[in-house]
Unconditional design. Structure first.
Length: 556
């Protein structure tokens, strides 16, 4: 009877009842909050559900619930990562999660991006929908309500900043790093290293409560050595959610965040697939025990021998796709749209940009800027119309020093062919002798192209070496642009399968370096190849006989 008396007012006012139910649903999770509040920011656009957005929301929810304090999310562009992380999540925490005292610092490579998201987040909080439901919990302070920084009357605030800024005097409960790198600057090692140093040395000192406050990084992969790459390579204690545009079973994403949609009958199988094996348990024994009793408690399924400490943990597969090539969010990015994105990325950055920004692994499966399948092989050198020996000079024999490389590149009817590579770690005197000796061996018909270091010393070295090469067609010029930019023209020829190698002992070292470029330890052969290619395509045609017979090619 008492319950009926409580229900009667609700039954008499269906609109109020519906509003209460909607509020309760919005408070149940970040995803529900985002669905319900979408119209407040995008009245002319319907919220398009995708399980990828749900996965992102579940991981942010785990941060709110105190389950994790470090999170890195890698998703392709256009997957509402900023709307979810930098717009809706902060207002969810200040409102439905009853955390208006939280202080939030949002950073990106350009301060204008977090300012944009701050404005949208503030618009959400000031909307009629938000104010009707959670407006009583907190209000903006009138004297601290600017685009870069605003505060509420519960001591919470938001600050917009940029990657590399000092953040002096600011400490947050949430440090949100949304796109720490600009794609346009990805080829600049100086800019990348500055961002990494800031992430490693400045950002961690800006936590309000180091034992409780959270750092969340969300970004597309742009380089092997970007912020995500640093987190993963150093095995920092971050939960990692990685969602490529097209599914790759071999890189399925696992995390400790328990998926809410997994029915009980599937949880055991997923636990089994995602469980790291204890060091004393081999894989065959693991599979046997799992098949005998797949519903068993893990502690009983894997009893710990005396003297051992278990280190396995339960993790959950976060990617809900099953077949390689399945799309991440077909409702928003159907196959045609994905193919258009691929074409756009390939037009400038080649497969490297596609692999990083779409697939979240900034190196294609077959390599980096160059792939092993790009190269074709000849048993003997062909007749070339032009040949250039391009050099990349170093002058040290130290173990970690770069090599001095002289790469001989020719042009023939079917494309370009690498004829020879001279590669040694030598002192300055031996470097000079190597250039001269190689020129004598090549003959006077081969063009020589040397780099010129900046400054007076570089000019002196240029004049000295050119004088030593009197009688040869020798040239020298300063480097222009980044290594990646200089390599892009010849990389395009390789991708079109117009680049050949004469089979020789130096093949493996060259191909290995090119397939790791620009992320490998050494880039000397790539630099020499780029220089040779640029000189070769600049020079007027001139026949140089190397072999009277064209040998049929075969692919390696």
């Amino acid at each position: 009877m008492q319950d009926l008396e409580l229900l009667l007012p609700l039954l008499r006012d269906p609109a109020k009842t519906e509003a209460m139910l909607d509020k309760a649903e919005a408070e149940s999770s970040l995803l529900s909050f985002m669905k319900a509040g979408w119209h407040a920011l995008e009245p002319g656009a319907e919220f398009v559900y995708g399980w990828a957005v749900e996965a992102i929301c579940e991981h942010l929810q785990a941060v709110t619930d105190g389950e994790i304090r470090r999170l890195v999310i890698n998703v392709p562009p256009g997957c509402t990562k900023s709307m979810t992380t930098s717009v809706f999540w902060p207002m969810y925490e200040w409102g439905p999660a009853s955390l208006p005292t939280y202080r939030i610092i949002t950073c990106a490579y350009d301060q204008g991006l977090p300012i944009r998201d701050h404005i949208r987040s503030r618009d959400l909080a000031l909307s009629e929908w938000y104010q009707a439901n959670w407006g009583h919990l907190w209000q903006f302070k009138g004297d601290q309500n600017a685009k870069i920084r605003y505060e509420n009357d519960k001591t919470g605030w938001r600050q917009a900043s940029s990657t590399g800024s000092g953040l002096t005097g600011h400490r947050g409960d949430r440090l949100l790093l949304d796109d720490p790198h600009a794609v346009r600057d990805v080829e600049s090692e100086e800019v990348r290293e500055k961002a990494l140093r800031w992430f490693s040395e400045t950002l961690p000192t800006r936590l309000n409560k180091p034992a409780e406050s959270a750092i969340v990084v969300i970004m597309q992969r742009v380089h092997e050595r970007d912020v995500s790459g640093l987190i993963l390579s150093k095995e920092l204690d971050y939960e990692h959610l990685c969602l490529p545009m097209e599914f790759e079973r071999s890189t399925r994403s696992f995390s400790h965040v328990r998926r809410k949609d997994v029915p009980p009958e599937r949880r055991t199988r997923m636990i089994g697939e995602g469980m790291a094996l204890p060091e004393w348990l081999d894989e065959a024994e693991y599979e046997e025990r799992l098949q005998l009793d797949p519903t068993n408690n893990p502690d009983e399924l894997f009893p710990v021998p005396d003297g051992h400490v278990p280190h396995f943990q339960l993790v959950w597969p976060q990617d809900r796709r099953d077949e390689d090539g399945d799309l991440l969010w077909p409702e928003r990015f159907p196959r045609e749209a994905v193919e258009e994105l691929k074409d756009a990325f390939r037009s400038w950055g080649g497969t490297y940009a596609e692999a990083g920004q779409l697939q979240q692994r900034p190196a294609p499966r077959g390599g980096g800027s160059f792939q092993r399948s790009d190269f074709q092989y000849l048993e003997h050198p062909p007749v070339c119309s032009r040949i250039v020996r391009g050099w990349d000079l170093a002058g040290s024999e130290r173990k970690k020093s770069p090599y001095t490389v002289g790469l001989k590149l020719g042009q023939f009817d079917q494309g370009f062919v690498i004829l020879d590579v001279w590669r040694e770690k030598v002192n300055p005197f031996a470097m000079e002798q190597g250039v001269i000796t190689t020129a004598n061996a090549d003959g006077h018909g081969i063009i020589i192209d040397l780099p010129q270091d900046p400054g007076q010393a570089g000019k002196f070295q240029r004049s000295y070496l050119i004088a030593k090469l009197a009688g040869y067609d020798a040239h020298s010029s300063p480097e222009s642009g980044s290594k990646e930019a200089r390599a892009r023209p010849v990389q395009a020829q390789a991708e079109a399968q117009n680049l050949y190698l004469v089979r020789a002992p130096w093949n493996d070292a060259l191909v290995n370096e090119l397939c790791l470029f620009p992320n490998g330890e050494f880039k000397d052969q790539a630099d020499a190849l780029s220089r040779a290619f640029m000189r070769l395509t600049m020079q007027p045609k001139k026949k140089v006989g190397i072999s009277p017979v064209m040998i049929p090619l075969n692919r390696g």
